[in-house]
Design a binder for this molecule. Structure first.
Ligand code: NAI
Length: 431
């Protein structure tokens, strides 16, 4: 169903994959180990991840570790057709990909179903669509699955809700919650790639603009810091209470304030912003009452999950005319006379093609190293019948991945002296 068989595209895809391989040393090391140890021999792995060059290296790593791999995208608009074309002709029967850029919602789910038609034993998901589809439409297949791995915050929120309702029937590693994942990927990866995509789509300057970041979680704090580095005046909008899996909104707002950002409420921010970026994982964060207050020419985009953070249907309803002005930019000419620009239809701006390229390769090297190692753990648990539920990534994998990344940069840490270890132990015992 990938059916992208354009030879020129495939040639470009091979170049992209080679470029990614030369910048993902940790995953390439793991691949070499897997070639020897064959942890996935005889197993089928079903994947829903953004299908582009970095993901291609993960797919090859799992295949070379003995698996038969079936992959779809976890988002209708983030596939790199060149990568898919190259992967599709690489090893038919061992690595099958079902995706293309700009899918309709129905096509998107057809591809997810095609992955499930492969009867996977392990699932790797980003956002939980594949895992939910499996539970809702293919419950009979659940018994064929050893376990799963989930890549992102929103997916884990959904899995935990399923677990609370007693609906989750699989053991799932919360890859996102590994310290060496969210600290790097969410914070630095999302920040650089989102701002890069905004600049590429609009070709406007960031310096001197008022950039408003919604949600001061891991993604938000990275984005705020990078906007500041580019010379923007940065505003942060948070909400009371605890909505994410980590600290409360108040603590985060306080932290943003001491970091030097102007913390504002939604209405204050709407009136002053030039660029608005949502990274909350929540719904209708920017909505009609805020659009009404915005300045003419304001740019809106989202790097949280799905396309629901910015209430696009409300924006459309407030407009007398809506038009595509260029790749990734839609103009909404409001009835109040102002024009607002929405990037990438409100979908993940850092991943939506052509301006979004996704996280930098080195960042995905770390994230996918954790995915590959967790996937190996799932494979090793075959026959042990792990209890259904969301599981933390073991600390050893987390620390080992961080150490491997440092090593690729030539950074070797000192060990504490024996005296220091003993001193620290005394303190632990005392507490
Ligand atoms: P997080 O849970 O650490 O932070 C989210 C923050 O948003 C929380 O502090 C929460 O209080 C705040 N928030 C919730 N509703 C809000 C509202 N209405 N207004 C203002 N603030 C609000 O989550 P994290 O890790 O920063 O992830 C955020 C989103 O980004 C998730 O949906 C995640 O899946 C997605 N993500 C996207 C990536 C990408 O490549 N675009 C990469 C990694 C994560």
């Amino acid at each position: 169903m990938s059916k992208i068989k354009h030879p020129e595209l495939a040639a470009r895809g091979r170049q992209e994959l080679a470029w990614a391989e030369s910048h993902m040393p940790v995953l390439m090391d793991i691949r070499k180990e897997f070639i020897k140890t064959q942890p996935f021999k005889g197993l089928k792995i079903g994947i829903a991840l953004h299908l582009e060059k970095k993901t291609g290296i993960l797919l090859r790593t799992l295949r070379d570790g003995g698996a038969t791999v079936f992959g779809a995208s976890c988002n209708p608009n983030t596939t790199d057709d060149a990568t898919v074309a190259a992967l599709a002709e690489e090893s038919p029967g061992r690595l099958e990909v079902f995706a293309w850029a700009g899918q309709t919602n129905d096509e998107y789910y057809e591809c997810i179903d095609a992955v499930l038609d492969g009867h996977p034993n392990i699932v790797i998901d980003d956002g939980c669509d594949l895992t939910m589809r499996l539970h809702e439409k293919r419950p009979a297949q659940l018994k064929e699955i050893i376990g799963a791995c989930e890549e992102t915050t929103t997916g884990i929120v959904r899995l935990k809700a399923m677990q609370k309702d007693g609906a989750l029937k699989l053991p799932v590693y919360a890859v996102n919650n590994a310290h060496s994942k969210y600290l790097l990927d969410n914070q630095f990866g999302t920040a650089q790639s989102a701002i890069e995509a905004i600049m590429k789509a609009t070709n406007t300057i960031i310096a001197g603009k008022v950039a408003v970041v919604y949600g001061y979680g891991w993604c938000g704090r990275g984005a705020a810091s990078r906007f500041k580095g580019l010379g923007a005046q940065v505003g942060v909008v948070e909400v009371e209470g605890t909505l994410g899996p980590h600290e409360s909104g108040q603590n985060r707002a306080l932290c943003a304030m001491y970091e030097g950002y102007r913390v504002m409420n939604h209405k204050e921010a709407a009136a002053v912003g030039d660029i608005f970026l949502t990274v909350t994982g929540n719904k209708h964060v920017i909505r009609a009452e805020h659009f009404e207050l915005m300045k003419d020419g304001a740019i809106l985009c989202n790097a949280g999950h799905f396309n629901v953070e910015i209430d696009e249907p409300a924006l459309r309803a407030m407009s007398k005319k809506v038009e595509e002005v260029k790749d990734n930019i839609t103009a909404y000419h409001l009835k109040n006379g102002k024009t607002l620009y929405l990037l990438s239809e409100g979908r993940l701006v850092n991943l939506a093609r052509p301006s979004g390229q996704g996280h930098p390769m080195e960042i995905m090297d770390g994230s996918f190293a954790i995915q590959a190692l967790c996937c190996e753990l799932v494979a090793k648990s075959k026959g042990k019948k792990l209890a259904p539920g969301v599981m933390d990534v073991p600390k050893e994998i987390d620390d080992a991945t961080a150490a491997r990344i440092l090593k690729t940069r030539g950074i070797v840490l000192d060990k504490p002296t024996k005296e220091q270890v003993a001193y620290a132990e005394e303190w632990k015992e005392g507490t």
